[in-house]
Design a protein around this ligand. Structure first.
Ligand code: M6R
Length: 614
């Protein structure tokens, strides 16, 4: 999704903004632009990568002597990706420039009214309409920029994070947020506004996460002031970022995705830190502790999420019903929010999100909150909107995930869900003590077992080479491995562009079996102890139709080795914890296939890391 960077201070703004835009590239975008102000405003925009904007700037920029400016990476919603639709957009008189993340839903009616007043539009975007609206109000009301922005936003319906700059009011930036993220960075005599902390961390660790409906005004030499849409001054909390620059760099890996896959022994261990002790026999989540009695008595748990987070939610459903015996439902946030669901007072609603900014998940929990539900967040991005909107929660502490394909967030979320199920099940007295301690010890062993799987990277790469030219792939799994099959298929399609589907293994014969021929790779997650014979039969059914079987098996499996074309062995683990291991080969397989096909690993086409629009 769109990325925002703005700077006001004593340093040269251009390199700071360009570097910041590069740090935000991971969010996904198709064009970029910048507006710089030093007496006169210069606006430069280019379709394509930030590097193309840089080339354009090296020809067009009159000088580099600007100490304030706004920059943007655009992920197209209204209008195709091109130079004209790229941000910043300017007001009718060209004095005001604006960058925007989100969608102004009522832009069409505002645009028509402005056209009647003589405004001429150049782009297809909703953002240009907002720029003109601000300009029009300024022309008629003659108020300070921040006040004009406030009045304009009161006329808008939709989502926005914006930064506005006026060449007639130099030394001032105005930012505002509603449903899209915006962070204020506070340095020494310098200020930053950005979509997340990554462009800011190099300069300061003091930030304010703006709340919905807040407008920040930054004035050179005078500091900042935050008001709400009713013009009331706010008392914001200044947070200290717990983020290091090296965490947002590749650290010697070819891609962020590979770095993040290989970080998992550490990130899973960090997700568990202070939350489990097999020797003493406890698992706990601090966010649940004060309300554990109430949560344990829940009639129902509803897990809501999108994409990969939805897949970990499915693992949560299996875990919570298996170990805590609480009826659990998994909801796509985008469906849940619109289908008038039944939410009862005694339901426990859990939102899962890596970014904490996914628009559908955020809207789903706002809807559930309005119906009186108790909300819990399992989130990676600290200080994000979902983390702040939920009543309590558990951070997964995986560190910044930059590759668009989610990997370490999945294992982090699944770890928290395992802890949640163990905590609840034990609290309810449902898990026999020896088995409970066994599960705790097994969970603690996951990081070292992931390390063992990562050591098979060359073997997995070899298999990737054997199937890299496939046009389709089928992923099959049973029980705890079914959500992993879905996740494996999603990983492959999003970064390699190979069509892939995940299925419960037994469902294959109800349709997908028709697709199997000698060109079809079928990845079978076959580590289950329960239903082992059934999954062996499924493999036989694929082989009988000449499909290419890649089986993920438990170490020492001699039976499937004889039938499958390729096997990837993973260490033995208690079945409820299997997904934490069986997903690792899925991630590596997708990664290597995509590399061999020459795909953009960290920024696959059309995708955004943080989906902040519906
Ligand atoms: O930040 P979130 O976890 O809320 O994001 C949800 C999905 O957009 C995300 O998981 C997406 O499916 C990833 N590209 C999957 O790799």
């Amino acid at each position: 999704m769109c990325g925002i960077v703005a700077y006001l201070g004593e340093k040269k703004a251009y390199p700071i903004i360009i570097e910041g835009l590069k740090r935000l590239e991971y969010r996904g975008y198709d064009s970029a632009g910048i507006a710089l102000l030093n007496g006169k405003m210069q606006v430069l925009k280019k379709k394509g990568k930030v590097s193309e904007l840089e080339n354009h700037a090296s020809e067009q920029l009159e000088n580099y002597d600007y100490s304030m400016g706004i920059g943007h990476t655009r992920w197209a919603t209204h209008g195709v990706p091109n130079d004209v639709n790229a941000h910043p957009h300017t007001s009718n008189d060209g004095n005001i420039s604006i960058i925007h993340n989100g969608i102004i839903e009522n832009y069409d009616s505002i645009k028509k009214a402005l056209i009647e007043k003589g405004h001429v539009f150049h782009s297809d975007t909703d953002t240009e309409v907002l720029a003109h609206l601000i300009g029009e109000i300024q022309k008629t009301e003659k108020l300070p920029l921040e006040e004009v922005v406030r009045l304009a936003l009161k006329k808008c319906v939709g989502a926005y994070a914006i930064v506005v700059m006026d060449q007639n009011d130099p030394g001032k930036l105005v930012g505002a947020k509603f449903s899209s993220p915006l962070v204020l960075g506070i340095g020494d005599d310098e200020f930053f506004l950005a979509s997340d902390a990554s462009p800011i961390i190099k300069y300061t660790n003091k930030v304010i996460y703006l709340n919905d409906g807040e407008i920040v005004t930054i004035k050179r030499g005078k500091g900042y002031c935050i008001k709400n849409l009713s013009n009331e001054t706010q008392n914001p909390k200044v947070s200290e970022l717990d983020l290091k620059l090296e965490e947002i760099e590749k650290g010697g890996y070819d891609h962020f995705m590979l770095k993040e896959i290989f970080q998992q022994p550490t990130t899973v261990a960090t997700s568990m830190k202070g939350r489990i002790n097999s020797k003493e026999g406890w698992a706990i989540l601090g966010g649940m502790k004060p309300n554990i009695a109430r949560i344990a008595k829940s009639d129902r748990i509803i897990l809501t999420a999108c994409g990969t987070s939805w897949h970990s939610a499915m693992i949560g459903e299996y875990l919570l019903e298996d170990l805590a015996r609480i009826p659990t439902e998994v909801e796509y946030a985008s469906e849940f929010r619109y289908r008038n669901p039944i939410i009862k007072e005694n339901d426990f609603i859990v939102a899962l999100s890596q970014s904490g900014e996914t628009a559908d998940t955020l809207a789903a929990i706002k809807m559930a909150k309005a119906k009186g539900a108790y909300l819990y967040g399992i989130v990676n991005a600290v200080g994000s909107s979902i983390a702040r909107e939920t009543d309590s929660g558990s951070y997964i502490h995986a560190g910044p995930e930059i590759g668009v394909a989610s990997t370490k967030a999945f294992t982090g979320q699944s770890t928290i869900l395992a802890l949640m199920a163990l905590y609840l099940g034990h609290h309810k007295g449902l898990i026999e003590e020896t088995y409970f301690r066994k599960l705790l010890a097994e969970l603690e062993s996951v990081p070292s077992k992931i390390t063992k799987i990562l050591a098979k990277d060359d073997h997995i790469k070899y298999i990737a080479g054997e199937i890299k030219n496939a046009s389709n792939a089928l992923y099959l799994g049973r029980g705890y491995n079914f959500p992993v099959a879905l996740e494996g298929a999603l990983k492959l399609k999003e970064i390699s562009y190979i069509h892939a589907e995940g299925y419960p293994a037994a469902e294959m014969k109800h349709g997908p079996i028709a697709l199997i021929d000698m060109y079809m790779p079928v990845i079978v997650l076959a580590t289950n102890k329960s239903a082992y014979e059934k999954i062996v039969s499924n493999i036989q059914e694929v082989k009988a139709r000449k499909g290419i079987v890649i089986a993920i098996v438990t170490e020492g499996d001699e039976i499937i080795k004889e039938i499958a074309d390729f096997i990837i062995e993973i260490p033995e683990i208690e079945e409820p914890l299997t997904p934490l291991l069986s997903v690792i080969p899925m991630q590596l397989l997708a990664y290597h296939i995509a590399v061999m096909r020459g795909c953009h690993i960290d920024q696959p086409r059309n995708l955004a890391k943080s989906v902040t629009v519906e």
